[in-house]
Write a protein that binds this ligand. Structure first.
Ligand code: FPP
Length: 254
């Protein structure tokens, strides 16, 4: 099971092992060009492709993208259906490319809300790429951090009903295996494009000690150079995980 940053100190390197991204700014990118918001999302798919290639080449092992939050259903119906169409198209067209690049695809979130065709395509794409392990690409779709914690709690209580009567036995390690990304280490680097500085109910449990990087760049403009800029920034961070700076330096010298 992945190491918990609040229980143990993870070993970290110059390149983040796990990068999580909120791909924001598609609408404003389109608006600035007098295009419909949906054109921004379509252009955003190209940035997804670039991010996968760049992360794979840089040695990132896990890339997690927030494609559709539990709250995105509040958007206009035509935008929601375009996002669904883009998702279907990407699953139909991109799986061969993922295979060539050794990318394993995972989709996390409450998938029961999606139409059966989309659910079927997701299952097929996950199965086809299941043997790859160069890069784990996770798409968070109809995902919310609070949903994740709640679904994990429900699953835990179903598996261990005695905990409901005596919750003193409930701790991090009992809940963590039921979270939807239990198989992945916690994100090292969180990136949000588009200038906003918030986490927006993304991996709220998993990002307890993640480094947070915010850039004004809109997602459709976010390419290789921008991603490397975020990695350079990441390298300047001192990751203390609750320790003092002196302790971190002492460990680095030993
Ligand atoms: C946020 O920009 C973006 C989204 C809600 C959707 C992201 C989707 C994609 C990049 C394309 C589909 C992805 C896959 C994996 C196939 P926004 O619309 O909130 O932009 P704004 O803040 O400028 O309005």
């Amino acid at each position: 099971m992945a190491i918990s940053s609040t229980r143990e100190i993870p070993v970290t390197g110059a390149i983040p092992t796990h990068v999580a991204i909120v791909m924001d700014g598609n609408g404003r990118w389109a608006h600035a060009r007098l295009l419909p918001r949906t054109a921004g999302h379509a252009k955003g798919v190209q940035s997804v492709r670039r991010a996968v290639e760049t992360c794979g080449a840089a040695g990132v092992k896990y890339l997690t993208l927030f494609a559709f939050s539990s709250e995105n259903w509040r958007r206009p119906a035509d935008e929601v259906s375009l996002l669904m169409r883009l998702f279907v198209q990407a699953l139909e067209r991109e799986v061969a490319r993922l295979q060539e690049q050794g990318v394993r695809l995972h989709v996390v979130g409450d998938l029961s809300a999606f139409e059966p065709k989309l659910q079927e395509l997701i299952a097929q794409a996950q199965e086809k790429t299941a043997h790859n392990d160069k890069l784990h690409l996770t798409i968070a779709a109809n995902y919310g951090g609070r949903w994740d914690i709640l679904q994990a709690t429900r699953a835990l209580l179903l598996a261990r009903p005695e905990l409901a009567a005596d919750p003193s036995g409930l701790d991090e390690t009992s809940l963590a295996p039921y979270l939807s990304m239990a198989w992945a280490p916690e994100p090292d680097l969180f990136i949000r494009t588009g200038g906003e500085q918030r986490i927006s109910n993304f991996l709220i449990w998993q990002m307890a000690y993640t480094e947070l990087y915010f850039t004004e760049c809109y997602w459709p403009d976010f390419g290789e150079e921008e991603l490397h800029k975020s990695f350079e920034w990441y390298r300047t961070r001192e990751r203390r995980f609750g320790r003092t700076s002196a302790q971190v330096h002492a460990v680095a010298k030993s």
